[in-house]
Design a binder for this molecule. Structure first.
Ligand code: SF4
Ligand code: SF4
Length: 239
């Protein structure tokens, strides 16, 4: 069995929704210090993967903010474990690897900036494209996923990047944002790279006004979602 097929079985066993793979050469436009090879010298590949949030707590925000936090926390815990176990999977096969969790690596809360952009990586790995809400919109679960990645020295089969977004430009995320962080997207938004929202407004709303409880309104109101995402959608080695 080839390594991508083994990876598919691992992803399935970890309960992941989907994963994609890309060569480190595809990250040349990332900022210096945030490229895969800056984090792991000798890296050859990146695997980025999604874990889906349950719909109930998301759809009923803001009234379900406490329950949304449970979803958010549980998903993060699962992704931290998955990133660790996937890195171990590669290291057991002789490849140095680093798992990057969903937010444990954020070092700059004021600007919501992490060591590595899972969202940009997800586009490169073929998992979806940005919406105007500056969140990854996946094909089957829209923005209702959390993300993590593994950087590895292993060579893999690679997925094609996504070039078009399923964002319908309805503007619901912009008008529902309680901090005004999404105003000004016109002329700045790109499906491949997103855009620079007013992160300080967003961060202040979550970490000061809401004492650290996540907002999620730009996820909750987005109409891009599937009515049936019960199955996992794990690509095979020839994906
Ligand atoms: S998380 Fe909330 S405050 Fe931040 S951009 Fe989305 S809707 Fe606005
Ligand atoms: S809410 Fe509408 S405009 Fe915003 S990302 Fe979703 S589809 Fe696009």
């Amino acid at each position: 069995m080839d390594i991508n097929s083994e990876l598919s079985y691992l992803a399935m066993s970890l309960g992941l929704h989907k994963f994609g793979c890309a060569p480190v050469s595809a990250y040349s436009k990332a900022p210096v210090g945030h490229r895969p090879g800056d984090i792991l010298p000798g890296a050859k590949s990146v695997v980025t993967f999604t874990y889906r949030l349950n719909n109930g707590a998301v759809e009923n925000l803001p009234g379900t903010r406490n329950q949304y936090m449970l979803e958010f926390t549980a998903a993060n815990q699962i992704l931290v474990q998955a990133a660790h176990k996937m890195a171990r999977f590669f290291e057991d096969r002789g490849y140095k690897s680093i798992g990057i969790g969903p937010e444990a690596d954020i070092g700059d809360y004021a600007r919501l900036k992490g060591d590595f952009s899972h969202k940009h990586s997800a586009v490169i790995c073929g998992l979806g494209a940005f919406g105007i809400n500056n969140i990854l919109l996946t094909e089957k679960a829209g923005p209702r996923v959390r993300l993590s990645s593994v950087i590895t020295t292993a060579s893999l089969y690679y997925n094609d990047a996504v070039t078009e977004s399923n964002c319908i430009a309805c503007g619901e995320c912009v008008s529902s944002c309680p901090s005004g962080a999404l105003s000004g997207w016109e002329g700045n938004y790109s499906p491949q790279t997103g855009w620079v929202i007013d992160k300080e407004r967003c961060a202040h709303y979550m970490f000061v006004a809401n004492a650290g409880k996540r907002c999620g309104m730009c996820v909750a109101v987005c109409p891009v979602k599937s009515s049936d995402v019960r199955h996992q959608d794990i690509p095979t080695s020839d994906a």
